[in-house]
Design a protein around this ligand. Sequence first.
Ligand SMILES: C[S@@+](CC[C@H](N)C(=O)[O-])C[C@H]1O[C@@H](n2cnc3c(N)ncnc32)[C@H](O)[C@@H]1O
Length: 259
Amino acid sequence: MTDYALSNAWQQARQRLALLEAELDPATRRHILDLGVRPGWHCAEVGAGGGSIAHWLCHIVGPTGRVLAIDIDPSLVAVDAPPGLEILAQDLTRDALPDGQFDLVHARWLLHHLPDIDDAIRRLINALKPGGVLLLEEPDFYPVHAGQRPLYTQFMDALTRAVVAATGRDCYWARDLPQRLTDLGLSDVDAAAEVAVLRGAGPLAQFYRLSGQQARERVVAGGYMAAEAYDAALSLLDDPRLWAFGACTVAAWGRRPPL
Ligand SMILES: C[S@@+](CC[C@H](N)C(=O)[O-])C[C@H]1O[C@@H](n2cnc3c(N)ncnc32)[C@H](O)[C@@H]1O
């Protein structure tokens, strides 16, 4: 079992994940459509979270297709799920995915929480049919260091470090995703990246504010940031005069070579 810091059982988890979906879904949908998804495809959405992409995929692939949503805690993806959506409670680091069954496997903002990224990617590749496509999207937080507000930068660095501390890594590696996919044997690898712009009190600021509230104990007890400064940074996120960069989400995709 992995030590996931931002459990979906938290009372504000649904709201927190809905804010993330509002920010990321437009680019994700664009990537998936560009990869050629169509009625009849079999898709797996891993680390499905609040479920917006799994639900949307059900409409795209239609009754002749299949969508499997997997999460260590799938309680939120199950809310208002379209008929036919398959839901599995699984830990990607431990449980075997169905082998060789999917035209598309997608995971977004999941791998940075896991201890062994390449092992997780191998498991996702194994779930693909030969010729199937893997789409991964992960945040790289380098842009938060480019701003004019040291308190914001310190907060984002402390928050992200504390949340992924159990992995032994930080959140500054997603730039390597295309290389990882190439090294793990995928063909037709390509990538794109998008830096988020955050306005205080806006939806993305609210997402980080909720994440910050949920992880406060970990950050402060772990010595990543002093409580007073941390609370000041949470308030700063409510200030509409704040403009800053959020994460850069790196999307990388590639195809499992045909047998
Ligand atoms: C940051 S959320 C992202 C949710 C969704 N992919 C999105 O982008 O909107 C990470 C999700 O991964 C799930 N998760 C964390 N560790 C997991 C694991 N080991 N196996 C499967 N799911 C996991 C969490 O429960 C959570 O729903």
